[in-house]
Ligand binder design. Sequence first.
Ligand code: IPE
Ligand code: IPE
Ligand code: MG
Length: 224
Amino acid sequence: MNPLNHVAIIMDGNGRWGLKYKNSRNAGHRAGLNTVEKIIKEAIHQKIEYLTLYAFSTENWKRPRKEIKYLFDLLENFLITKIDKLNDQNIKLKIIGIKNFSTKLNKLLNLAEKKTLKNTKLQINLALNYGSKAEIINALKKLKKNKKPINEKNLTKNLQTKDIPDPEILIRTGNTQRLSNFLLWQAAYSEIFFEKKLWPSFERRDFKKIIRKYKLIKRNFGSI
Ligand code: IPE
Ligand code: IPE
Ligand code: MG
C-alpha cells in the first residue's frame, strides 16, 4: 500500500453550492468552512501529516470586492474562534502565499502561526493569496540573488513548501478539471482526483474513498 503523508485540496464549488441551495454565493463560502472542519478531523484520523488547503488564489482578486471582503471576514472570524481549538488538537497552521492583507488579518495570521508553531500532529498549510507561478519565480529570484546554482534541489528548498514532502494526493472538488495555479511544481507526481461534488457537499466518506483508491494505485515515477 502506498504511504500517505500529504494531501492537497483545491476546495472548489462553494459559490455554486451557495447559489443552488441558499441563493447566495457567500452562504456557500460559509458552508465550505464546515467541510474544512470535517476534513481536518478525517486527516487526523488517517494520521496524515500535512494538509494543504487552497483557500484564495492570486487570481481570486478579480472577484467582486464584496465577495472578497466576505471571504476574508469569514477567515478572520474562523481564526478568532477556532485557533485555540486547533492548538489544543496539536495542529500547526502555516500560511503559504503572500500575506499582504489588512493589518488586522496579517496580525491574526502571524499570531496563529506563532501560537501553533511547535505543534506536531497535523500541519495545515493554508494557501492564501497563493499562486504557484509567483512562488516559483520568487524561488528563482532568491537563487539568483544568492548566486546559487539553479537545480531541482535548490529550487525545491526555496519554495514555501520547502520543509515538507510533495503531496501524494491532490483533490479538486467542484467538477472542474484544472489546477488553477496550485502547487504546479510540487504536484509533478501527485495522484490527482477530480471530484464532482461541490466543496460544501464533500464528506468524510468521500475523502476516505479517495484515500482508499490512492493506496492501491501503482505509482511508477517513470519506472515500470
Ligand atoms: C472556491 O469556491 C473558494 C474560493 C475560490 C475562495 P468558488 O467560490 O470558486 O466556487 P465556484 O467555483 O464559483 O462554485
Ligand atoms: C481555485 O478555484 C482557487 C481556490 C479554490 C481557492 P477558482 O474557482 O478560483 O478557480 P478557477 O477560476 O475556476 O480556475
Ligand atoms: Mg471556483
